[in-house]
Design a protein around this ligand. Structure first.
Ligand SMILES: Nc1ncnc2c1ncn2[C@@H]1O[C@H](COP(=O)(O)OP(=O)(O)OP(=O)(O)O)[C@@H](O)[C@H]1O
Length: 272
């Protein structure tokens, strides 16, 4: 895929956010996309869901080129492809109750369900993501950052997607909360057999959550490898730089992910 943006600065050069990116994600797997700020990770995540149009390239979901779908067919497809954003508060309508926010995808995709059934599914989904039923009546601003992200996750999973883009889903949260949210995402993936495209700039996070890692640098994927292989034998010089930066990162981050690993049996700690 190729995507070039006009510069945000008047007279500035166009920004080549994606310079020919190609990737495939298998059913049920987590592919992490890692890279520094501005490398094009979020653009890629949005392009994959057709939340923005690319200049060149196609996205195939189960073999269907989603770029060729009519607006109605694309809307139906969206129930199978969801996104969880980095900033939960900004992604939630501050004037809608949590119940209304989580109900929205069902109202759009399965309006035939009726009010009672939608309400039942909203409460079950809130419970599944660890929120009390009375959260349904609250507004986003009344919840903590971690709870807001649980709402973002509830809204994403209520239509039972098979694929989710997780765009730095924990990086705006307190370290103590990150492990809980990562555990929840891992459990949901196991239960619902979802594939994740996990966008992150943090090597600690992707080390624990991903099956494979794609390293992005200036709009290109410079290396893709299974997680363990990438850590053990990084091939690209930029990957090596990211790995050495990780060793000097905040040790509290490490504790958060060790807590995460202690919380769940779905990930294997590294042998080193
Ligand atoms: N709508 C836009 N208009 C102009 N430039 C944009 C737009 N969206 C993104 N860009 C630019 O494209 C490049 C890639 O941005 P992108 O947000 O995809 O990177 P990223 O790796 O996700 O960074 P971050 O981790 O900071 O979110 C950046 O230089 C960014 O400034």
């Amino acid at each position: 895929m190729v995507k070039t943006f006009a510069s945000r600065v008047r007279g500035g050069d166009p920004v080549r956010a994606l310079r020919g990116v190609s990737l495939a994600i298998e059913e049920g797997e987590t592919l992490a996309v890692i890279g520094e700020s501005g490398s094009g990770k979020s653009t890629l995540g949005r392009a994959v869901l057709r939340l923005l149009e690319v200049d060149e390239g196609a996205v195939r979901f189960d073999g269907t080129d989603i770029g060729s779908l009519s607006p109605e067919a694309m809307r139906a497809k969206r129930s199978e492809m969801q996104i969880v954003f980095q900033e939960p508060y900004e992604s939630l309508n501050p004037r809608l109750s949590i119940g209304a926010i989580v109900a929205e995808p069902l109202e759009i995709h399965q309006p035939q369900l009726g009010t009672q059934e939608i309400r039942k599914q909203v409460l079950a989904t809130l419970d599944r993501v660890g929120l009390p039923g009375d959260a349904a009546r609250r507004l986003p601003g009344e919840l903590s950052g971690g709870q807001q992200q649980r709402v973002g996750i509830a809204r994403a999973i209520i239509s039972r997607p098979r694929f989710m883009v997780l765009d730095e889903p924990t990086s705006s949260l307190d370290l103590s909360i990150r492990a809980q949210i990562l555990s929840l995402l891992a459990e949901l993936q196991e239960d619902y057999k979802m594939a994740y495209l996990f966008v992150s700039h943090d090597m600690h996070t992707v080390e624990w959550v991903s099956d494979r890692i794609a390293v992005m640098y200036l709009g290109e994927i410079v290396e893709t490898a299974p997680t363990r292989a990438l850590f053990d034998t990084p091939e690209h010089p930029y990957t090596r730089t990211l790995l050495s930066a990780r060793l000097s990162a905040d040790p509290r981050e490490r504790h958060a992910y060790q807590a995460f690993v202690g919380d769940t049996s779905v990930v294997t700690p590294p042998s080193a």
